[in-house]
Design a protein around this ligand. Structure first.
Ligand SMILES: [Zn+2]
Ligand SMILES: [Zn+2]
Length: 96
């Protein structure tokens, strides 16, 4: 049975409070996230490393931020939400 998880958390990178919507686990302020999923939303990974945004890509009008785990080095693509800071995204594009 599908259960939506809504988690509010405090970003461990920038310290901003984030209202979870059940899907997003990255911070809309700095676009960092935490390595907790194997598949999106499953929270099955015990790495818990911080995932730093290193690049962005646009595909079919949808933006993704590409994050790299600081602990295990895993590359992960994260779909952006409308509430994410777009100027932050542009910054990452300019300064990879
Ligand atoms: Zn943050
Ligand atoms: Zn990791």
């Amino acid at each position: 049975m599908f259960k939506k998880r809504v988690e509010n958390f405090v970003c461990e990178n920038c310290g901003e409070g984030v209202d979870g919507n059940g899907y997003t686990n990255h911070c809309p302020h700095c676009l960092w996230s935490k390595h907790v999923d194997n598949d999106p939303g499953d929270r099955a990974n015990e790495c818990n490393g911080m995932m730093c945004p290193i690049d962005t890509e646009e595909k079919d009008g949808e933006w993704r931020v590409i994050q790299k785990c600081q602990k295990c080095g895993k590359i992960h693509k994260n779909k952006l939400s409308p509430e994410d800071k777009f100027d932050k995204l542009v910054q990452i594009n300019k300064n990879p």
